[in-house]
Design a protein around this ligand. Structure first.
Ligand SMILES: *[C@@H]1O[C@H](CO)[C@@H](O)[C@H](O)[C@H]1NC(C)=O
Ligand SMILES: *[C@@H]1O[C@H](CO)[C@@H](O)[C@H](O)[C@H]1NC(C)=O
Length: 299
């Protein structure tokens, strides 16, 4: 097992820019967890956009019947006139709803995710959005059926104010152990509880049974080593996640953000302020210049 970094982290493959951070308080199916867009862009109005739009429509339509689906759309440019440059890499897309959702809720979640991706990832070749109830991802780089155990998001309850006692630690280990145990059948969604402790695990179903098991084992190991005595923890890897919470307390249930969150939020606010001040200064200097120019012109 690789040695995990200590801080809360976001990592994508080199294609992905820093994703948007969640700061939601209430937990519902469409609560934002994380998202990101590829830095590669397609040109607006290009065949790429058409293919992407039809791919996303297929995802939304398919979510009315199932809780997981994948699509591969033939590459833009293929089948079109001979003049177009060979831009034939197919587009891939999938959605994965949490295993306890019914088809109606899944469909609603995928709809939400696709429409939010439309504004989050304008012009990006690839996009990814994880809501509480579903994951939607598309890209023209292959990812379907590919194992991915990269840590994408980890969050732990702040451990400064509260530490597990040994009884609670035992409950956590037992509930995580239960979720990790395979009975040989393919279970992409798993849940377990022990007293007030609860764990939820989900694989993206393009993984085989063995790959899913492998991914969850890694996620649970990472969760245990990163979130030691914390009352809740989230570990999202590329193709699976594990979430753990104790005593009805959960990362998104208004227990207050972790200290990492606060740092991130403060940073975001600061960056926003600096950007706003810079914009105002540019605007003022522009006003000043055009005022001077009109004064000069009036002479
Ligand atoms: C994805 O599409 C973009 C824009 O058309 C292109 O530049 C890039 O090479 C494609 N990526 C792959 C893996 O084919
Ligand atoms: C993609 O979906 C098809 C059915 O539409 C299925 O047969 C195939 O196994 C899926 N591939 C992956 C990688 O999940």
């Amino acid at each position: 097992m690789s040695s995990p970094a200590r801080s809360s982290s976001f990592r994508f493959s080199c294609l992905w820019v820093l994703p948007f951070l969640a700061s939601t308080v209430s937990s519902s199916i469409d609560t934002f967890v994380f998202g990101g867009c590829s830095t590669l862009k397609y040109s607006p109005g290009s065949p790429y956009q058409e293919v992407l739009n039809s791919l996303l429509t297929s995802l939304v339509n398919s979510a009315e019947f199932s809780t997981y689906s994948n699509f591969t759309a033939p590459g833009p440019g293929s089948g079109f006139g001979s003049g177009s440059s060979p831009q034939n890499s197919p587009l891939y897309g999938l959605f994965q709803c949490r295993g306890d959702l019914n088809v109606d809720d899944c469909s609603r979640c995928v709809n939400q995710a696709v429409s939010r991706l439309g504004t989050l990832c304008v012009g990006s070749c690839g996009g990814l959005l994880q809501l509480d109830g579903c994951l939607v991802k598309y890209d023209n780089a292959t990812f379907l059926g590919v194992q991915d155990k990269t840590v994408v998001l980890k969050k732990c309850a702040p451990i400064s104010g509260y530490q597990f006692n040994s009884d609670e630690a035992a409950k956590r280990d037992s509930v995580l152990g239960y979720v990790e145990t395979s009975d040989g059948t393919y279970k992409p969604y798993r849940t377990g509880w022990s007293g007030g402790a609860r764990a939820v695990a989900q694989c993206v179903q393009d993984l085989s049974s063995g790959e899913c098991q492998d991914c969850l084992t890694e996620a649970i190991g990472q969760l245990k080593s990163n979130c030691g005595g914390a009352r809740w923890g989230d570990m999202f890897l590329g193709k699976c996640y594990v979430r753990y919470f104790e005593g009805g307390i959960r990362s998104h249930a208004g227990d207050g953000p972790s200290s990492d969150d606060n740092v991130e939020k403060t940073l975001a606010i600061l960056i926003g302020l600096i950007a706003a001040v810079a914009l105002i200064m540019v605007f003022l200097s522009f006003l000043g210049k055009s005022y001077e120019r009109s004064k000069g012109g009036g002479k």
